[in-house]
Design a protein around this ligand. Structure first.
Ligand SMILES: [Zn+2]
Length: 237
């Protein structure tokens, strides 16, 4: 089995879903509607860990009643995400993002769920809130933040996930080499497109080989570590 810590499964079509039998996938949502779709997919596919939430890019058009509706879905979910803070792409909604993120942080704590987090240029802000609110389990996805924050993230038992974009994004590859193995996961963020790469879980085997080579370790050892980390974060499969 291969473990994808962050994938927008609700955007894939049925055939693509069926092709992913060899994967265990943490499926994130973007808003209320996609959260419902994600929960439905997870009911039919045992290899899916469903996450519900409102993506920072969707916060601008969402309302507080949206959040109350989402809260009703939490009992069916195994994770909260994709949620977070984004100062890079949508800085104009930052204060509303903060309100939403704190709501989700409390939800994660109240329901004892892990968080699947988006944090471009808000890496430290997210980390500080997780610590302040005593969140126990979280992954910060596609981490390209400061390298000196990586050890603090690991010390708290949080994770970061490495995306196949590491093939072409030098900064991300540096993260893949420096992060403590105990806090590393891998992801696809499918079906996002990045600099000519159509991201899909199927790029994960190549990504794992690339990381193993860069870290001068065996592929089987790395694969086993990623699997163990995934199970620790999501307490599943
Ligand atoms: Zn995403």
């Amino acid at each position: 089995m291969l473990y994808d810590a962050h994938c927008h499964l609700h955007e894939l079509d049925v055939e693509e879903l069926l092709e992913l039998k060899g994967y265990v996938i943490a499926a994130v949502s973007d808003d209320l509607e996609s959260s419902l779709r994600t929960l439905d997919i997870a009911e039919e596919h045992r290899n899916v860990v469903p996450c519900v939430g409102v993506h920072p890019w969707s916060v601008g058009e969402a309302s507080m009643s949206h959040l109350r509706e989402l809260e009703k879905l939490v009992e069916r979910a195994k994770c909260i995400g994709e949620v977070g803070l984004d100062r890079r792409f949508v800085p104009e909604t930052y204060s509303k993002q903060l309100e939403f993120f704190k709501f989700f942080v409390k939800l994660a704590r109240d329901y004892d769920l892990p968080m699947n987090i988006h944090a471009p240029d808000a890496w430290r802000d997210v980390y500080d809130i997780l610590v302040r609110y005593d969140v126990e389990r979280a992954v910060i996805h596609w981490y390209t933040g400061p390298l000196d924050l990586l050890d603090e993230i690991a010390e708290k038992g949080y994770f970061i996930s490495i995306n196949p974009a590491a093939q072409v994004q030098e900064k991300h590859m540096r993260v893949a080499v420096q992060v403590k193995l105990s806090s590393m996961l891998v992801e696809s963020d499918a079906p996002y497109k990045y600099r000519g790469l159509s991201l899909t879980p199927k790029l994960i085997p190549k990504l794992l080989s690339l990381i193993a080579e860069a870290r001068r370790m065996s592929l089987s050892e790395l694969t086993a570590i990623v699997e163990r980390n995934f199970k620790r974060l999501f307490r599943s499969l």
